[in-house]
Structures are given as C-alpha cells and as structure tokens.
Design a protein. Structure first.
Length: 115
C-alpha cells in the first residue's frame, strides 16, 4: 500500500489570486504550478504540512479534489527529468498528453566538479 505521492505539477482552479501573489514571476496561469518548486510555492506548501493526509477532503490544510477521469490513451510515461545512473531509462514519469502545466523533459547532465 502506498504511503505517499510525489506531486510534480498542477493546475490552480481555485485561489488563483493568492497563487499569483506568491508566484509573481509567472507570466501565465499555466506557469503558476508548473514543476514541483512552483507548485509548492503557489499552494504555500512547506514542511509544516509533512504527514498531512491530502485525501481528508475540504477542511484539511491540503486536499486534492477529484476531477474528470482521464482516458488511458492520454496518459504518457517516460524517464524522469534530470535522473541519471541506473534509473535513467525507467518510465517513472507520468503526465497527461498535451497538458500545458507539465515541465518539458530534460536529460540528465552530469555536474562537473570544480578544479
């Protein structure tokens, strides 16, 4: 049984004004929560929410609402962005085809150590 979910991006439907206030560099609404750091900033998620059950529903400090189901043929899978090594080719990244809030794929680039 899963005990956690890694949220990598999202679309803000309610509370866009506070999200825009937190993410002043976003030029468009689709950029408000595009990527994990932007998502956390837009939703004001910080470490105080560690362990929060996002399935508790309204009234919880963080809740995920159920939306319209996605057709299976719309779900894409591929390698995680920026992951190298043994896990580089594993299809651990999932997204909805054509979703404007999904960050583009970038291959892993090894860091150079200073000389």
């Amino acid at each position: 049984m899963a005990s956690g979910v890694l949220l990598r991006a999202g679309e803000i439907h309610v509370g866009q004004e506070p999200a825009r206030h937190r993410r002043v560099s976003a030029r468009y609404d689709k950029e408000l929560a595009k990527g994990p750091a932007r998502l956390a900033t837009a939703l004001d998620v910080d470490r105080t929410l560690d362990g929060t059950d996002a399935c508790d529903g309204p009234g919880s400090p963080l809740s995920i609402l159920t939306g319209a189901p996605v057709r299976p043929d719309q779900v894409c899978t591929g390698p995680r962005t920026g992951v190298g090594g043994e896990g580089a080719g594993r299809p651990w990244r999932f997204w909805i085809d054509g979703d404007p809030t999904v960050s583009p794929y970038r291959a892993h680039t090894p860091r150079r150590r200073g000389t």
